[in-house]
Design a binder for this molecule. Sequence first.
Ligand SMILES: Cc1ncc(C[n+]2csc(CCOP(=O)(O)OP(=O)(O)O)c2C)c(N)n1
Ligand SMILES: [Mg+2]
Length: 546
Amino acid sequence: MNGAELFIQSLENEGIDTIFGIPGEENLAFLEALRKSSIKFILTRHEQAAGFMAATYGRLTGKPGVCLSTLGPGATNLVTAVSYGYLGGMPILFITGQKPIKKSKQGRFQIINVVRMMEPLTKFTKQIVSADSIPSLVRDAFRIAVEEKPGPVHLELPEDVATEATDNSPQAITVLSSPLAPPSAIQNAATLILEAKYPLLLLGPGAKRKNACRAIDSFIEKTGIYFFTTQMGKGVVDEHSPYCLGTAALSEHDYLHCAIDRADLIINIGHDVVEKPPFFMNTGNRKVIHINFSPADIDDVYFPQHEVIGDITHSVEELTTILSTLPESPYDFFQRIHQEVKSQIFSEYGHAGFPDTPQRIVSIVHSTVKKSSIISLDNGMYKIWFARNFKASHAKSLLLDNALATMGAGFPVAIAAKMLHPDRQVLAVCGDGGFMMNSQEMETAVRLKLNLVIVILRDNGYGMIKWKQAGMGFSNFGLDFHNPDFIQYADSYGAFGHRVNKSGDFAEILADCLAQPGVHLIEVPVDYSENEKVFLKELQNKTCLL
Ligand SMILES: Cc1ncc(C[n+]2csc(CCOP(=O)(O)OP(=O)(O)O)c2C)c(N)n1
Ligand SMILES: [Mg+2]
């Protein structure tokens, strides 16, 4: 057996069934071993896209996704996806090739220090220098990738190590469990909650990772404490709940912020400051309890007074038991905010016109897709509208990135989500800017015979930055572009292109596309004048309920 074969065996031993990537000549021994294995190889058209797919695999399964590239240019193409997984807390193993390390005949051709390049972006990065060390390195990498907070790890497999003979074998898997919070920390948190007059629950993505959703549901049901979420925390609890106050999608002035202003205690389950913070500590002197797997990263915008560090499910279950005696609390203020959010945001249909407003697009998507559907959002103005106006039913309803907030991920993420959930409707919602950053993956999606829908919101520009530019009083400059004919573009890949040409078209086209096999691209012109109308005028001028 050679190093490459032992590497593949070690991955099989970890339960890996899929690798995403683009090989180079330095990976050919690895590719040959992969060909003979039980693992599926998903070839993509850009390493960045393969990285986003592997990250999504890790995000949705909790097991590391695996991504392969060659040395030098293949590895540098991975950088954005590695960073995406690092900030987003997604377990991923990146494997890159390298020239032989013992004797090289090509000077420094294509050689950069990939291990060092990965250092600030990963939890662990190492060059493999002997085939015998592969089992322990793979085992260690997998453990580190899934440990809280999960993230990317990297192993470099040089060509000569890949072909080196070895008779070693994979290491046995051990199951890791998270440490539990001490009873005193839980008791102190319960005391703070009992003392508070207006406690609110903030739900972030950490609450999804080891699936604390059910425990949090029971906590809310028992205590009647209202909740709001960060963008990436959407769906921890079904947002159709009577205790839902919505998502802190904007930094300030939204209806929900009146509830945050009133709160004297925020119980933060699973939000950490890597996600753009919802600014709940910069006004008033409310207290914050930090409930998470790891301690808070103290920041100007985040300095909790009390921390409950340990497995989130356990902490929440213990708190629920202690708090079963919660007295009736005067929560009717939050109840009125709940009603206000429901009527102003969640049921907002927007006026019928052409082009459609963002509110109307969100509302049409919400009423057309099944509850079990998965919607992957790229980064642009519409992400704020979806985060704010779309009611998430479950933890995977909206896959969005509010951590690296990179453009280009939305479509590859949808491809991986569909591969993992072939029975669910999967939709990518992208801007005309972000989609074109990885649109080449249409070929991958068509080759894989996936059934999925891509909605492209067309404003012929980098709309979100245009909105900020106008908001700062600057003139329109440097952000407008032209687009390809999206119907012909889809057609050239063997996908199906559709265009919304008049008011009312979108709902019908979307429903049809969801019902048909194949990759469907729908070009939807969008009226972004609503950004200013709602976010600047309506919200700045509104007053909070008394
Ligand atoms: C890779 C990357 N480049 C640049 C940015 C900065 N940025 C954030 S949103 C945005 C505009 C997005 O444009 P588009 O995808 O067309 O969506 P729109 O806002 O127009 O709906 C830009 C340039 C980013 N987040 N990621
Ligand atoms: Mg745009």
